[in-house]
Design a protein. Structure first.
Length: 194
């Protein structure tokens, strides 16, 4: 899913020194492209009535668990949809040292669970009373939406939206960067000549 474009950070820094409007123009054009991914991803989340009935209700209890964050979160369509968002700020470096400058992300536990359910071959840490719960859950998720992408970059929501729109998005983002870079070069050449 990541597209490596080198020099964007340096271009943004240089543009701030010469013309702040160029950076705003580039960010605006990239945002328009990335919102296509965000909106498509939001459309892949299942409605509240489509998920397994137990997940829609929430089966854990705060009274029986010491750490509420350990509960399997109930599915909430409105929350999951609102938490699929676009960001233009840099995120933290991943294990390979890469950072994303413009990205779509999912900031809800239920949405992230639906995105990646079944991505690993064998479920780990099943604390359900039903020993077949992970298999049943993954099968139900697969029936609602199939995974797209490869390896760790496979999913049902954001990765699927990216996989289906990347041939449109990548040229738009590259064009946004190139257009502004060309304007920046012309502007700096004019200033040098003056």
């Amino acid at each position: 899913m990541p597209v490596v474009v080198t020099g964007v950070k340096q271009l943004q820094r240089a543009m701030r020194d010469v013309d702040k409007d160029l950076n705003k123009e580039m960010s605006k054009n990239i945002k328009q492209a990335m919102l296509i991914v965000r909106d498509r991803a939001r459309g892949y989340l299942p409605a509240q009535s489509e998920v397994l009935s137990g997940w829609g209700k929430g089966t854990g209890s705060l009274d029986t668990v010491k750490d509420p964050n350990r509960l399997f979160p109930p599915y909430d369509y409105a929350l999951a949809k609102s938490k699929v968002q676009y960001s233009a700020g840099q995120n933290k470096s991943n294990n390979s040292g890469f950072k994303a400058a413009f990205y779509v992300y999912n900031n809800s536990r239920p949405g992230a669970i639906f995105e990646t359910a079944g991505r690993i071959g064998r479920p780990r840490g099943n604390k359900s009373l039903n020993p077949n719960a992970p298999v049943q859950f993954n099968s139900a998720a697969e029936m609602l939406s199939s995974m797209k992408g490869q390896g760790k970059q496979r999913g049902r929501v954001i990765y699927r939206a990216w996989d289906e729109t990347k041939d449109i998005i990548i040229p738009k983002v590259v064009n946004a960067i190139n257009t502004v870079a060309t304007k920046f070069i012309k502007d700096t050449e004019i200033r040098k000549a003056a």
